[in-house]
Design a protein around this ligand. Structure first.
Ligand SMILES: C[S@@+](CC[C@H](N)C(=O)[O-])C[C@H]1O[C@@H](n2cnc3c(N)ncnc32)[C@H](O)[C@@H]1O
Length: 269
């Protein structure tokens, strides 16, 4: 049986309430999926986050409704409950709604909470994946995420695990056979490096920071668990920034050149 797109109007002509949860990728518009680009062009309303790139937003045709929920008055983002209510209202008005999130919507994007609100309200949802920052950062730096000789496992974690009184179990995170990618870890780099050494990784274990991965302003630092905090203090990087820990980082040195955010060859610094 042919699959019917849930957001198409039914025989009665009324479009069932529906929201597309779409990944905008890591910033470079060329990393957007074809499906995401099509949905953005067809959408009546787009609700987007702070990390969505300007060039991606430029694909939204003039005159469509746009809601920037990454920035409200001051610098605070719109509360999650309000975002959920907005999505439900727009979908209920029969609009084609795109909820656009940086990277992949299912990676530290609070997508689960939005899915729950939509389901509760009887609104259909479809997820369109995107290039997550981990993929974009490692690709831009010319290294794999996994490698038979270096890392047989990949772990994506959020630095929110360093929050509050409770320390994470560093020994479970300190593994030599995996690549550990820490989202939102820039401000916690001291605690992360210290914790991973305490957990059992060697002092000279490779660490890489990549800010604005895939964008023209991409910047990076490569070092070790011991020297990275001082390197970052000497040469601060902006947000958004990803922390990559693992032996795969050392593979970058083998490539004759690293690529900058536009995919052009750039000399090793
Ligand atoms: C709330 S999380 C969202 C992650 C996103 N859903 C994804 O899949 O990439 C935000 C964090 O992702 C990372 N991040 C997102 N875009 C990035 C980029 N272009 N370069 C480096 N890190 C990025 C940073 O660690 C940032 O603090």
């Amino acid at each position: 049986m042919a699959r019917r797109d849930a957001a198409l109007p039914s025989e009665s002509g009324r479009r069932p309430a529906h929201v597309y949860l779409v990944g905008a990728g890591s910033g470079d518009v060329e990393l957007l999926t074809l499906k995401a680009a099509r949905l953005l062009q067809e959408a009546d309303a787009v609700v987007y986050d702070r990390l969505v790139g300007e060039e991606v937003l430029a694909l939204i045709p003039a005159g469509r409704e746009r809601y920037d929920v990454g920035k409200a008055r001051g610098h605070h983002s719109v509360p999650q409950a309000e975002i959920g209510a907005l999505l439900v209202r727009l979908a209920g008005e029969g609009k084609s709604v795109v909820r656009l999130k940086g990277g992949d919507p299912g990676v530290f994007g609070r997508m689960g909470e939005e899915l729950a609100v939509l389901a509760e309200a009887g609104v259909g949802a479809e997820i369109v994946p995107g290039i997550t920052a981990a993929s974009a950062a490692c690709a831009a730096m010319g290294i794999p995420l996994t490698d038979r000789a270096h890392a047989q496992q990949l772990r994506l974690v959020t630095a929110q695990l360093c929050r509050g009184d409770g320390e994470p179990d560093w020994s479970t995170l300190a593994r030599r056979d995996e690549t550990l990618i820490i989202y939102m870890g820039l401000a916690k780099i001291d605690a992360i490096c210290r914790g991973l050494r305490r957990g059992g990784l060697p002092d000279d274990w490779p660490v890489m920071l990549v800010a604005n991965a895939s964008l023209p302003e991409q910047a990076s630092l490569v070092g070790t668990l011991t020297d990275m905090p001082a390197k970052l203090a000497a040469e601060p990087l902006p947000s958004p920034c990803l922390v990559v820990v693992g032996s795969v980082v050392s593979m970058g040195a083998a490539s004759p050149a690293r690529r900058n955010g536009r995919g052009d060859l750039a000399p090793l610094s």
